[in-house]
Design a protein around this ligand. Sequence first.
Ligand SMILES: [Fe+2]
Ligand SMILES: [Fe+2]
Length: 134
Amino acid sequence: MATTHTNTSFRFDIAVIDDQHQHLIDLLDRLGGLVDGQVPEILEVLDALRRYTVEHFSFEEQLMRDHGFPEYESHRHEHEVFEAYVKHLYRRIELGKAVLRQDVQSFLKVWLTRHIQGSDRKYAEYFRQRGVVL
Ligand SMILES: [Fe+2]
Ligand SMILES: [Fe+2]
């Protein structure tokens, strides 16, 4: 699967955030290469995704709180739903109750790209307007 390094619509010119988003996209691209692959490898990447989403979302939420972002609560809710979905997916695959299908991998990627381009872009704009330097 092609990577999205050159897709500038994911980037806000906030290096610390852009790098974290790129890492998440890279994990999803890795997952895309494992559809129908070995379960241990899928679990390894899903576990990395699970951990890194928690880390990245916490980082964003702290920034939003620090700078009084008005849509903090709804943004946090989006994070919680995604975190719960990844956790649930991991558990189902671990228990052998699900396999990683192409549509599931696509869903994860679509959710993440929409979240970055929609919700994350809003706080990036808010920070920019307020002159927040990260
Ligand atoms: Fe984000
Ligand atoms: Fe976010």
